[in-house]
Design a protein around this ligand. Structure first.
Ligand code: BEZ
Ligand code: FE
Length: 259
């Protein structure tokens, strides 16, 4: 199918479904004008990435990766920064000296889809602080904290030390938050740690690990929780640190499309 033919069918279908909803819900001119102003407001507030990642990305992820081999992925979201540094041992994500939150160490192995360890795989890790804020996006946090990349050792093993993040709400003071409140929905995401695992010759795995004790696991505004991604941090014996393990299996890279 040519690009024009696909655009015709896809855009035509989306518009057709909007027209159908207008008819089914007997939409008024007042509601149309409110929706038009809201769409303008989302653009002016720079919230299109936020809106799309909260309400649409999970469906794209399920569609594109529904049949993926290896570990489960989920949405990327809007708070990834690609230029985090590669950390040196002991692989602690940078944090403030008085960083709040339970200390946690997570470890595991990166393998291919058949269980063979992958040395030198990269884990790009980022998460919110104990108040649910992300560095690089909330100006009250120092740049670069709670973000970093870690490489696997010769046996494909990795270790990351950090603090447990808190659940957070998507921003509630802009048009996306206004829409969520207008519809009476919850704005919360459960506590999670983002990871992108990549290695040459393999499909990058964009995923999130959800903390089992978190609220909102069954009511995530972004609809991105999967059972396989829930981890169980537990107190390590003789330590005040929590620990959990998680192994990642990467699928082989899909063959390049013929040009
Ligand atoms: C996140 O996982 O950080 C996220 C995902 C979608 C919307 C907002 C945040
Ligand atoms: Fe997040």
């Amino acid at each position: 199918m040519t690009d024009t033919a696909r655009a015709d069918r896809l855009i035509g279908d989306i518009l057709g479904r909007i027209h159908q909803a207008i008819a089914e819900h007997d939409v008024t001119y007042e509601e149309f004008q409110t929706a038009k102003q809201w769409l303008i407001d989302v653009g002016e507030a720079g919230e299109w990435p936020l809106f799309l990642d909260v309400f649409v990305e999970h469906a794209v992820e399920a569609q594109v990766f529904g049949d993926r081999r290896g570990s489960q992925g989920t949405i990327l979201g809007p708070y990834h920064l690609p230029d985090a540094p590669v950390l040196e041992a002991p692989f602690e994500l940078p944090r403030r000296p008085d960083e709040a939150g339970d200390r946690v160490e997570f470890t595991g192995q990166v393998t291919d889809e058949h269980g063979a360890p992958i040395a030198g795989a990269e884990l790009d890790v980022w998460h919110a602080d104990a108040k649910g804020l992300y560095s690089g996006f909330d100006p009250s946090l120092p740049e670069g904290i709670l973000r970093g990349k870690v490489l696997t050792d010769a046996d494909g093993r990795y270790t990351v030390r950090t603090i447990l993040p808190a659940p957070y709400t998507i921003p509630e003071d802009g048009p996306t938050g206004a829409m969520v409140h207008a519809a009476g929905w919850s704005p919360w995401r459960p506590a999670h740690i983002h990871v992108i695992v990549s290695a040459e010759g393999h499909e990058p795995l964009v995923t999130q690990l959800y903390i089992d004790s978190s609220d909102y696991l069954d009511n995530d505004v972004a609809n991105a929780v999967k059972d396989e991604l829930i981890v169980r941090p537990r107190r390590k014996e003789g330590s005040d640190e929590l620990g959990f393990t998680y192994d990642f299996a990467l699928a082989q890279a899909r063959a390049a499309a013929p040009v």
